[in-house]
Design a protein around this ligand. Structure first.
Ligand code: HEM
Length: 456
């Protein structure tokens, strides 16, 4: 039976199943479970969990009882979800629902398919191509006056710059619009709200600030949908207001608003994490700065064009190696919609389930010396990522695979090509390697990456 029918009607109403004691593993402390351990060292926790209990186990994370499905084969079964056993909406509902409900990633099955097909137009190559000149310009001017330490903390600076680019490309909000700081604040509060331990709307609590941010964003965009339906701007907000399904139906105002809010978050925090991780690796291994800079100078004739992207082969390998080691989405969440089976174990209906790219990306069975940062493992002749179709999944897989993957890779390469031809970057005196990372909700260097930038 398909989840589009009968049992799909009530899977959204059912509470989470917390009875997983038949599975190997443990829940940890009451309520907190093993959350503190995962906050401190997620890869270490997943490694130990796998060594002790194997590919499928139970754990207590963020107040939930969770089935951990580890390794490429279980990732494949869960993400491809041939029998429609796994709900995205219910997997993410607890953390994201209040702030990003109705976003593409929080929709299931047939409804998700229809919405994704409509949104796909905004991600076609021809559309993406049009964004590159604006990105080139905003990155080039945006990094000109980056401050030296103690003011230049790369993670903060790139976060702010990417938010400005996102406001322009996704929302059609120009630099000098007075609402921009309020929109920024509201997005940041929503993202912060996702990690609130106390989910109560009580003034002063993270959760309350997140809900307030969501209300602001919702009313800001809802008030502008009608105007966007009349506009011929090329930003994604306007595109969503124009796209039609096969029957010629437009998205409702509510759908347009929910999609654009989710999309902006999905695009921004992941790319901030990816570029911060790239830069952390570049200051740790300065020979890679030289190699990538040389490649850019050889291949690019001034500003990067869309056709240049595949020519940056070393940069491609470097980017993928960074995404392998520091996956911006370390775990993907699902909830079972019915009783099913995984790795020979019965998984009851409504059980929360996590797959962990960040674990598969470091498995000794999948990669040669996985702890070594080694971009050429992605080069022709080695291609370790192809040993299993789900060995390397920073952008997920199956029906919910990242719709913004090509946009993200274009943005990462565009930024690095501009940055590396303008500056060399070093850690300031007194800061030592290796740089340690915060792993959740999105990986970033714990010290926010202070840099000394030397103009070339
Ligand atoms: C390095 C940057 C990025 C990474 C690593 C990344 C990763 C992911 C992953 C792993 C998923 C699937 C999660 C799951 O199945 O549970 C996903 C979904 C999604 N991403 Fe990205 N993402 C990135 C950038 C972007 C950008 C730039 C955009 C938009 C322009 C975007 C929009 C989305 C959307 C809308 C979904 C939901 C797709 C669906 O449910 O059909 N992402 N992303």
């Amino acid at each position: 039976m398909s989840a589009d029918t009968a049992d799909a009607i009530d899977y959204q109403q059912a509470p989470d199943n917390r009875k997983l004691s038949h599975l190997p593993g443990r829940y940890g402390l009451p309520w907190l479970g093993q959350s503190l351990r995962t906050l401190k060292d997620l890869p270490g926790f997943l490694h130990e969990q796998h060594q002790r209990y194997g590919n499928l186990s139970r754990a207590g994370l963020g107040g939930q009882h969770v089935v951990l499905a580890l390794g490429p084969e279980l990732s494949r079964q869960v993400l491809l979800d041939r029998e429609q056993n796994f709900s995205n909406q219910m997997g993410y509902n607890r953390s994201m629902g209040p702030f990003f409900g109705g976003g593409l990633m929080l929709r299931d099955f047939q409804e998700h398919r229809i919405h994704r097909r409509i949104m796909q137009t905004a991600f076609k190559f021809d559309t993406l191509k049009q964004y590159l000149p604006l990105m080139n310009e905003m990155f080039s001017t945006g990094i000109v006056d980056w401050q030296q330490p103690p003011e230049c903390y790369f993670h903060q600076q790139i976060k702010e710059l990417l938010l400005r680019v996102a406001a322009h490309i996704f929302l059609g909000v120009k630099k000098n619009m007075p609402q921009l700081p309020l929109l920024n604040r509201a997005f940041l509060d929503c993202v912060d709200g996702m990690s609130a331990l106390l989910p109560f709307e009580f003034p002063g609590l993270k959760f309350h600030r997140g809900c307030r941010g969501r209300r602001y964003l919702y009313s800001y965009f809802a008030a502008r949908v009608a105007a966007r339906r009349m506009s011929d701007s090329k930003d994604m907000f306007t595109l969503f207001a124009h796209e039609r399904d096969e029957n010629g139906e437009l998205f409702s105002d509510d759908d347009v608003v929910r999609h654009i809010i989710f999309l902006t978050m999905a695009a921004h925090d992941t790319t901030t994490s990816a570029l911060s991780s790239c830069m952390a690796e570049l200051v740790g291994q300065t020979h890679w700065q030289t190699r990538l800079r040389e490649e850019c100078c050889d291949v690019l004739d001034g500003t990067m064009r869309y056709e240049d992207l595949p020519k940056l082969e070393l940069m491609d390998q470097f980017m993928h190696e960074t995404l392998r080691v520091h996956s911006p989405v370390p775990m993907s969440m699902r909830r079972t919609v019915r009783d099913c089976e995984l790795a020979g174990h019965a998984i009851p209906a409504h059980s929360i389930l996590a797959v962990a790219p960040s674990f598969s990306h470091r498995m000794a069975e999948c990669w040669d010396n996985p702890e070594v940062f080694d971009p050429p493992r992605f080069a022709p002749g080695r291609e370790e990522h192809k040993r299993h179709p789900f060995n390397y999944i920073p952008f997920g897989g199956g029906a919910h695979k990242c719709i913004g993957m090509h946009f993200a890779m274009m943005q990462i390469k565009c930024f690095l090509a501009i940055f590396l031809r303008r500056y060399t970057a070093e850690l300031p005196a007194g800061h030592s390697l290796p740089i340690t990372f915060q792993d959740v909700p999105f990986p970033y260097p714990k010290n926010h990456l202070p840099l000394v930038l030397k103009p070339l």
